[in-house]
Design a protein around this ligand. Structure first.
Ligand code: CXA
Ligand code: CA
Ligand code: CA
Ligand code: CA
Ligand code: ZN
Length: 432
């Protein structure tokens, strides 16, 4: 970029953002040292450049604007890119605006509210989620079974619930896996898994539901990152936390072992929000899911055929690979890419999300869906849920009144994935 353009942007910023221009004082009342910004970034290359500065990328709007959290140094680095920037607010101030839980602190001075602020009571914390899963199994013992598949870093059980007819028997039916809550602050996704469970059990008598449940074995992990989710709510205000709770936190969706750390799509710095960890699967939570998925190889054949990893926000349907912008690469041929695209677009047509290859958003390495496909040939999608855009952190925290509509919005996409799970290539007219 020319110095001329850089100079012009600096001049504009000096007018719009006097408090943030390097060298000028920032008012102490609204300065936590972290800022919510919007950056205009129209291409995957520009968005990858933004991510590589190490800012926390919150979401993307219509693929032209990304919402980020940046500290002062990162703010200066963003300025240096020449990409247009907008100051939204102070990170801490914006979080506080979302509300404070209404409770009398049992031990003043200690954290431990561990519940959602008012306006969010419909969300499930870890204890409530666990109780809900246990109640489902009591209500539907022939359709639902619950197991702990391992422990989080802080020793919480990570649960998997199976839904199928004859649930106690490992039948020869295509298996489907849904993972929710990989990122701590993406609480709406936990509700998505719980809603799928409720719909497939409480509505089992509905013929279309019965047909799917009878002919598939559906695995759901409603809260993959329980330590992070509890940490995000434990003070009574949201923290905007993304990672697990190991050391400074590992970004679980950069810790999976397919092309881990290969391609500039993650960070080696433990304070970064996209820290990839010390090694592939160094996080207990990713290794628990890896071990579970590996355990579904029976007689040499992976039983799990399809997968959705629910995230928020931006309303996107994403498919592999994330580490490269090529449509095809090792282990992903042109027919397979076409099947990914076709089913991805069909699902997006049912929920109104935007369908694209993951790297069209920005380059990532060590994501779940690259591993699921690269390692196991599981047809793996990432859904980025509601809202399509947010002003900074509030995109992660829609009020509980949004839960019912925004989870039901994915009913048809979920059913479509299940129905193709016997042979995804059927979607492009091929046999398996
Ligand atoms: C994503 C997910 C899977 C592959 C590539 C990209 C987007 C996801 C992320 O960065 O992990 N976005 S999010 N949920 O805001 O973190
Ligand atoms: Ca069955
Ligand atoms: Ca089976
Ligand atoms: Ca059956
Ligand atoms: Zn996420």
């Amino acid at each position: 970029m020319s110095n001329k353009r850089r100079g012009k942007i600096a001049a504009v910023l000096a007018v719009c953002l006097p408090v943030l221009v390097a060298g000028m004082a920032v008012p102490s009342t609204a300065d936590s040292g972290r800022y919510l910004l919007e950056v205009e970034a129209n291409t995957s290359a520009e968005r990858t450049q933004v991510a590589q500065i190490g800012v926390d990328v919150l979401g993307a709007t219509k693929l032209t604007t990304v919402q980020v959290v940046a500290d002062k140094a990162q703010y200066r680095a963003l300025q240096a890119t020449g990409l247009p920037l907008k100051y939204v607010g102070d990170f801490e101030q914006e979080l506080k605006k979302l509300g404070k839980v209404d409770f009398t602190d049992p031990v003043p001075g200690q954290v431990g509210a561990q519940d959602f602020p008012s306006g969010y009571a419909g969300y499930h914390n870890y204890a409530e989620m666990t109780a809900e899963l246990q109640q489902t199994v009591r209500d539907h013992p022939t359709l639902a079974s619950l197991r702990s598949i391992g422990k989080s870093y802080q020793n919480r059980d990570i649960y998997a619930l199976k839904v199928s007819d004859n649930v106690a028997t490992d039948e020869n039916e295509p298996e489907v896996l849904f993972v929710c809550g990989q990122h701590a602050r993406e609480h709406l996704t936990v509700e998505q898994c719980l809603q799928i469970i409720k719909r497939f059990t409480d509505n089992y008598a509905t013929p279309a539901v019965k047909d799917l449940v009878d002919n598939r074995e559906v695995w759901l992990v409603p809260m993959m990152n329980p330590d992070g989710a509890e940490y995000d709510i434990e003070t009574g205000s949201f923290r905007g936390w993304r990672k697990n709770r190991q050391g400074n936190g590992t970004d679980l969706n950069r810790n999976w072992g397919y092309k881990w750390g290969c391609c500039g799509g993650s960070s080696g710095s433990s304070t970064s929000d996209t820290y990839r960890g010390t090694a592939a699967f160094s996080a207990p939570e990713t290794s628990v899911i890896r071990n579970f998925v590996n355990s579904r190889v029976v007689g040499g054949a992976q039983q799990i055929k399809t997968f959705i990893d629910f995230h928020s926000y931006s309303e996107l349907v994403l498919w592999p690979y994330g580490y490269t912008r090529s449509d095809t690469d090792t282990g992903l041929n042109a027919d397979e890419a076409r099947a990914f695209q076709t089913l991805g677009r069909q699902m997006a047509a049912t929920n109104g999300y935007t369908p694209e290859q993951a790297s069209d958003l920005y380059i990532t390495d060590g994501s779940s869906d690259d591993w699921m496909w690269g390692q196991h040939k599981i047809w793996a999608y990432t859904f980025e849920m509601y809202p399509a855009s947010g002003s900074g952190l509030n995109g992660f925290y829609p009020r509980d009144t949004a839960i019912a509509t925004q989870t039901a919005r994915n009913d048809r996409a979920v059913d479509l994935l299940l129905s193709y799970s016997d042979c995804v290539k059927r979607v492009i007219g091929q046999t398996c």
